[in-house]
Design a protein around this ligand. Structure first.
Ligand SMILES: [Zn+2]
Length: 115
C-alpha cells in the first residue's frame, strides 16, 4: 500500500506548509483552515543528516539516521534516513513507513534511501 504524507496548501496564496500550521506563514490571513492537502513529493536531495543513539523503546530501530531533505518542490522536511554512507547533496527517494510504534498506534513518517 502506498501511503502519502500531505502538505497543506493555502487556498489564498498557494504557499505549501508542512507540518500543518493554523495560519499561513506567507499571507498570514488564512485562519479558517482554508488549506488543500497535497501529497508531498518523495524524491529530493539530502541537505544534512545526523545519527541518534539511545532511542526510546517505541522506535523500531536501535540507531536512527535523521536527515533534512529538500524535496522536488523546494519544501524541506525532516525524515528518517537509511543510507550506509550518507553524503550531503546526494539524491534520495522517500517512502512512507512506520517509524514509531506505541501501544495502540503506529506512527508513519518518511524514510529516505539512496535514490
Ligand atoms: Zn496564504
Amino acid at each position: 500500500m502506498n501511503r502519502e504524507i500531505y502538505a497543506y496548501k493555502c487556498k489564498r496564496c498557494g504557499t505549501m506548509h508542512y507540518p500543518f500550521r493554523m495560519v499561513c506563514k506567507e499571507c498570514k490571513q488564512n485562519d479558517f483552515f482554508e488549506f488543500d492537502t497535497v501529497p508531498l513529493p518523495k524524491n529530493g536531495k539530502l541537505l544534512t543528516y545526523t545519527k541518534v543513539y539511545n532511542l526510546p523503546a517505541q522506535y523500531e530501530v536501535a540507531t536512527l539516521g535523521l536527515g533534512i531533505v529538500e524535496l522536488e518542490n523546494g519544501m524541506r522536511m525532516l525524515g528518517q534516513i537509511e543510507i550506509d554512507n550518507p553524503k550531503m547533496g546526494m539524491p534520495v527517494k522517500g517512502n512512507v513507513e512506520v517509524v514509531r510504534r506505541e501501544d495502540y498506534d503506529d506512527f508513519y513518517g518518511m524514510v529516505f534511501r539512496d535514490a
